[in-house]
Design a binder for this molecule. Structure first.
Ligand code: FAD
Ligand code: A2P
Length: 280
């Protein structure tokens, strides 16, 4: 039998990027979409035993050059009822994982550790009238799951998705997802009239601009959507973005009287990092 000598024989690129089929946690890629030069999404098969709550994240990855798993945290962007799993990813040019993950193709495999966790879940919030999803960049991923989750519309009268990126093309994944939701045979009826989408850019001109923090603090978003100022009696929020964004938006939410909650102690808002960076 021919045995590949990994130490000496260069592994072709396509094989280096995939987990070997005999790995217990391997899942097969079923679709890949590139949104621009720095963002892509992909779908994989779902392990039959995997149960998760919409909004949670898992560890996914590839084998590194030495055959060891190279794993990173990823929000599951698909809802809990979906037969497959979807992920929405950055392409970090020199990133250990994403410099390779961005080249995956349908039929190849990734590693997926089936242990979902996270704070962006409905159980971590007290009941309310409106829920605000506040995201920058790839922080929209957990909300791509929660916007497709029936429980979101059962629990709240209004759902507001605020997403901010530097440029228009970075908003496209979320824009198309929202646009297609009302036509969705499974969830379209629940979404109609309840979901408000408020997307802004900060560096490229677009119809709506400005940071989420500024549009909340100035009251612009409430005026634009015809909603009352955020208040702890009616409003709940989930936050996912860079550390700097999370810190600043927390201060704004607290200024409206909302308090941070957790799975163990539900309150008015919850926060999760979209990535670890900024020297943290
Ligand atoms: P890394 O060495 O991990 O990162 C290199 C640098 O790139 C970081 O220091 C940071 O400055 C920057 N960076 C990393 N991720 C991002 C990002 N998403 N947006 C902007 N800059 C970034 N990433 C996703 O693309 N999609 C997700 O759904 C997602 N969910 C996450 C959930 C959690 C709870 C956490 C902690 C992280 C999540 N990440 C997500 C980030 C992810 O774990 C990796 O950091 C990312 O895939 C890059 O991996 P890498 O090995 O290529 O580079
Ligand atoms: P800005 O262009 O004004 O910095 P990034 O790509 O740096 O992660 O930023 C993604 C989006 O989040 C950008 O639109 C950026 O706006 C915005 N942003 C970054 N930091 C903050 C912050 N501290 N508060 C509010 N918005 C922020």
């Amino acid at each position: 039998m021919f045995v590949r000598n990994h130490a000496r024989v260069p592994v072709p690129d396509t094989q280096a990027q995939t987990a070997k089929p005999h790995l217990p946690d391997a899942q097969t890629v079923t679709a890949v979409t590139h949104w621009n030069e720095s963002l892509f999404s992909f779908r994989v098969t779902r392990p039959q035993s995997l149960r998760f709550r919409s909004g949670e994240f898992v560890m996914i990855g590839l084998l590194d050059d030495r055959g060891k798993p190279l794993l990173r945290a990823y929000s599951i962007a698909s809802p809990a009822w979906d037969e497959e799993l979807e992920f929405y990813s950055i392409k970090v040019p020199d990133g250990p994982l994403t410099s390779r993950l961005q080249h995956i193709k349908v039929g190849q495999e990734i590693i997926l550790r089936p242990k979902p966790v996270g704070t962006l879940v409905h159980d971590a919030l007290l009941p309310g009238k409106r829920i605000w999803f506040l995201a920058t960049g790839t922080g929209i991923a957990p909300f791509a799951s929660l916007m497709r989750e029936p429980e979101t519309y059962e629990k709240y009268e209004q759902v507001i998705m605020m997403h901010t990126c530097r440029t228009v093309s970075e908003l496209e994944y979320g824009r198309q997802l929202v646009e297609n939701l009302e036509a969705d045979p499974l969830i379209g009826e629940m979404v109609a009239g309840k979901l408000r989408y408020y997307a802004t850019t900060t560096r490229e001109a677009s119809p709506r601009m400005g940071r989420i923090t500024d549009n909340l603090a100035s009251g612009k978003v409430f005026a634009d959507l015809g909603l009352p100022r955020m208040n702890p009696a009616e409003d709940r929020a989930m936050v996912c973005g860079s550390l700097a964004f999370n810190v600043d938006v927390k201060a704004v939410l607290e200024s409206f009287g909302l308090r941070e909650g957790a799975n163990s102690e539900p309150r008015e808002y919850v926060v999760e990092k979209a990535f670890v960076g900024d020297g943290v």
